[in-house]
Design a protein around this ligand. Structure first.
Ligand code: 6PG
Length: 231
């Protein structure tokens, strides 16, 4: 685990933008294409707005979701809507965007179709941008979720896994989720986590401590990632 701590959120965004840009350019140089998986929520918004101004060969970049709340792509809580609203603008609008939502009723019904769709992405991901909730979930790896053990099983090679989380103030009504698996995250070349605020810093510290069963801590055991933090 590497912690990059900044005095301001603005400085954190600049540093994270540069690190992701380098990973994507390296991917393009080595494979002709690059892939970036992004989380939803609210924290990434300033980073995504900053990425709109980055000059790189975006037409060779595939941007996919780390996870999705199982709602229609035009739903206000849709991560696909958030990704496109914040990245399908400016220079980054030339990228190819890949959502997770399908017409299937549940994410469990959709697993095969979504994994087929994600099979078209150049892999492993050149960069993955994670967030973390106050319940120590990351991606949609929620504590006590149905599907969590499969999602965190490093020996299973499915990229995307369906989960059903216990309803909480963090999940809101969107308890049905699709998420990248630990396998998809572990194999990525560059994994970052963007968190702000002392509360999340403490929750992450506690989750990384020995004996913690928090999903974010269990993932970090499998794939230490770079934490970008500002108060
Ligand atoms: C989601 C996200 C999720 C997010 C955390 C943090 O669907 O909710 O992908 O994993 O990263 O919940 O969200 P905030 O940035 O809004 O705190």
């Amino acid at each position: 685990m590497r912690w990059f701590t900044f005095d301001s959120r603005g400085d954190m965004v600049i540093a994270l933008r540069e690190a992701i840009t380098v990973a994507l350019i390296n991917g393009i140089l080595s494979k002709g294409r690059a892939s970036w998986a992004v989380s939803g929520g609210s924290t990434p918004k300033p980073l995504f707005e900053s990425m709109q101004n980055v000059s790189l060969d975006w037409a060779r970049v595939q941007i996919a979701l780390v996870d999705e709340r199982w709602v229609a792509p035009d739903h206000p809580r849709s991560n696909e809507a958030f990704m496109k609203a914040s990245l399908a603008r400016g220079k980054s609008s030339k990228a190819r965007f890949l959502g997770m939502k399908t017409p299937h009723k549940t994410p469990f019904d959709a697993e095969e179709a979504v994994n087929e769709r994600y099979g078209t992405i150049v892999r492993p991901f050149d960069s993955i941008m994670l967030g973390m909730g106050l319940d120590a979930h990351t991606a949609s790896l929620f504590p006590d979720a149905e599907g969590l053990e499969k999602a965190l099983d490093p020996s299973q090679d499915q990229m995307c896994v369906a989960l059903k989380a216990p309803k909480s103030s963090v999940t809101g009504d969107e308890v049905d989720r699709m998420s990248l698996s630990a396998h998809a995250i572990m194999t990525a070349g560059h994994v970052t986590m963007m968190i702000t605020g002392e509360e999340k810093r403490q929750i992450l510290e506690d989750s990384l401590a020995k004996g913690s069963n928090a999903p974010v801590g269990r993932l970090a055991q499998l794939k230490p990632f770079d934490v970008y933090y500002a108060p």
